[in-house]
Design a protein around this ligand. Structure first.
Ligand code: ATP
Length: 616
């Protein structure tokens, strides 16, 4: 109910065009990259620690083994040329050639096995790290308080659990190990080149800084371009999400054309950004090749001169060119890795920002569990602000005795749901306190408090699973018989039995296949099963037709019997029998008493009742 108000406010005052473009932009999700941050880096890599100790030595061993075998092959080739194929003195030796070929084949096999094992273990490490990170994030998000979600669109929370975690996946599965391989390989090649011929080695390496610079800079541009593509795609996803959720409203207001226009605009943006990124990507290959070509040019010019002057053999020149060929790949990849790290930094910053967010509603240090309650409730001069300076409740004092039923009545926005939110401690009071059986609810554990309060809302949430699972959500250890007894008590049994699979019928997420009233009955059964001492019904009967409501009045009596209950209802017939009817207006209690007393008082309540009857 409030989401609509808030999003409307967000659009207020902006021009139509900017409004459309801004709709699916979540500023903090659009951060492209961050400067390298060691603290963040260490925190991120701490996730690798538990697995690294077991598997990293093996991965390292495989990396070194693979590199040694890879780098030995060109050297053996040079021996084959210089000693077996075209020796300076003596005749060619076929036997030596066979032996060398055999060794080279064996080395290739070792290289293949070591790379297979290395990939296997790095994938295991990477996947476990991502699993841990994702579950830490989800565990934490579940604990965050309502005011955290009030500030953020659901899409932005979703993006962090999916996109941001996924963008780290590549870093952990390939990036880290590739970095190791590349460093080991580069170091190995540099040593070998300098050992074979240090003058030629240094000459060829002149191109390294050029290559590194080109690779890093261009990659940076390419990365930004691809980030842009991802961002545009993420906006499409958010729009798609909203469109599907709101398809009924869209069709009812025949806004399909307008919606299509939004979509088209975003789709076109995404295409354009893709074209741009892809064009840049295509530039990368030729530039790297030209720089590599420069190195090869220096090698052959200088190499030919050295062969003529007797400082180098043909075989060594071939080996040299082989090593140089293997040189560009790691340098190129290191540039890529650097960019990948910067992207990962931005993602991890967003993930840790969530993980570091303290739930504003949490147990005090030393909070004790609330003992089994009787259900006496006291609101002591409660003031509450959702937003600073705007009081939703302006000094509410209310005494409720155990077993009493309290009805909250008042105009839209008068503060009824807020009272209930405070009682369940979804928010803490700004001033004043709420006590249950004399315990300030801020002094007891949240879990012990909420487990003794049952809530039935108008918008009943049905989870994907069977009907039985959905009722059992109230108390997970309930037996099948208890589930069915609860359903019978609230008159839900008959309609459940008419479903194709009875209690085992699978309902889709949000229960779209069930009518609103049926969903409501399920949530009654769920609440009854939980058997809480305090029960809250927030517009819980609003979706049930009057006839069904009359039928379930008895069920409601069963549900409410012996419990302290709060009932919020616009339909006043529902609350006639409440022990105390509390009339709210702009966050203040204006009247309270029984139906009879309030009718005699001829104040706000009797006005509301008369208005409803007149309407009928
Ligand atoms: N999450 C929120 N953030 C900011 N303001 C809020 C939020 N929820 C409610 N409000 C404001 O607090 C006031 C009381 O809202 P509340 O939901 O308690 O009213 P209500 O009496 O339950 O209304 P309704 O009958 O429409 O459900 C309203 O002015 C509303 O705009």
């Amino acid at each position: 109910m409030h989401t609509e108000t808030r999003s409307n406010q967000a659009f207020k005052g902006k021009k139509q065009k900017t409004r459309i473009e801004d709709r699916f932009v979540y500023q903090d999700d659009e951060l492209i990259d961050k400067a390298f941050d060691w603290k963040q880096f260490r925190r991120l890599f701490a996730y690798m620690k538990p697995y690294a100790r077991q598997m990293l030595p093996l991965v390292l061993l495989m990396t070194v083994l693979g590199t040694i075998t890879k780098l030995t092959v060109p050297y053996l080739t040079s021996i084959a040329i210089d000693k077996a194929i075209a020796p300076e003195a003596g005749s060619p030796s076929l036997k030596l050639l066979y032996i060398l070929t055999g060794i080279i084949v064996a080395l290739y096999i070792v290289q293949w096995i070591s790379s297979k094992l290395r990939i296997k273990y790095t994938n295991i490490i990477g996947q476990r790290v991502i699993y841990d990170l994702r579950s830490d994030l989800f565990k934490h998000i579940q604990k965050l308080s309502f005011n955290f979600f009030d500030k953020r669109p659901a899409g932005s929370v979703l993006v962090r659990v999916t996109n941001d975690v996924n963008s780290l996946q590549d870093l952990f599965t390939n990036g880290v190990v590739n970095l190791m391989i590349d460093c080991v390989q580069l170091a190995g090649i540099v040593v070998i080149l300098l050992l074979i011929n240090w003058q030629l080695g240094l000459a060829v390496m002149i191109t390294v800084p050029i290559m590194f610079f080109v690779s890093t800079k261009l990659r940076q541009k390419i990365r930004i371009a691809w980030q842009e593509v991802r961002m545009r795609n993420s906006r499409i996803n958010s729009h798609l999400n909203e469109s599907i959720q709101g398809i009924r409203v869209t069709q009812a207001y025949t806004q399909e054309q307008e919606n299509m226009r939004y979509f088209d605009m975003m789709n076109m943006d995404s295409k354009k950004s893709w074209d741009k990124a892809s064009a840049m990507n295509q530039m990368f290959g030729p530039i790297i090749e030209i720089t590599g070509g420069l190195g090869t040019f220096i090698l052959f010019m200088l190499g030919a001169y050295m062969i003529q002057s007797g400082q180098l053999t043909i075989g060594l020149l071939v080996a040299f060119s082989n090593y140089v060929g293997n040189f560009w790949d790691p340098i190129n990849r290191l540039g890529m890795m650097y960019n990948q790290l910067l992207v990962a930094m931005a993602s991890s910053e967003r993930i840790f920002e969530f993980i570091d967010e303290e739930p504003s509603i949490a147990d005090k240090p030393g909070a004790k569990p609330l003992p089994p309650i009787e259900g006496n409730i006291e609101f002591k001069n409660v003031i509450f602000e959702y937003e600073k300076g705007r009081q939703a409740l302006k000094g509410i004092s209310l005494n409720v005795r155990s077993g009493q039923s309290i009805a909250l009545v008042g105009h839209t926005g008068s503060g009824k749901s807020t009272i209930i939110n405070l009682l369940s401690r979804f928010y803490d009071t700004t001033e004043g306190s709420v006590c249950i059986d004399g315990h300030d609810i801020r002094d007891v554990t949240v879990q012990s408090l909420r487990s003794q309060i049952g809530i039935v809302l108008q918008d009943t949430f049905i989870f994907s699973g069977s009907i039985r699972d959905n009722i059992r959500f109230g108390r997970l250890d309930a037996t099948d018989e208890e589930v069915e007894a609860a359903a019978k008590a609230v008159d839900a049994h008959d309609f459940i039995m008419k479903l194709p699979g009875g209690y085992d019928t699978e309902v889709e997420e949000r229960g779209n296949a069930l009518s609103m009233g049926q969903r409501q009955l399920l949530s009654f059964a769920r609440a009854l099963l939980a058997n809480p001492r305090i029960l809250i019904l927030d517009e819980a009967t609003a979706s049930i037709d009057t006839e069904t409501e009359l039928k379930i009045q008895d069920a409601l009596k069963v549900l409410l019997k012996g419990r302290t209950s709060f009932i919020v209802a616009h339909r006043l017939s529902t609350i006639r029998n409440a022990d105390n009817i509390v009339v709210l207006d702009h966050g203040e209690i204006k009247e309270q008493g029984s139906h009879q007393q309030l009718m005699e008082q001829k104040g706000i309540y009797s006005g509301l009742v008369e208005a409803q009857f007149r309407f009928l």
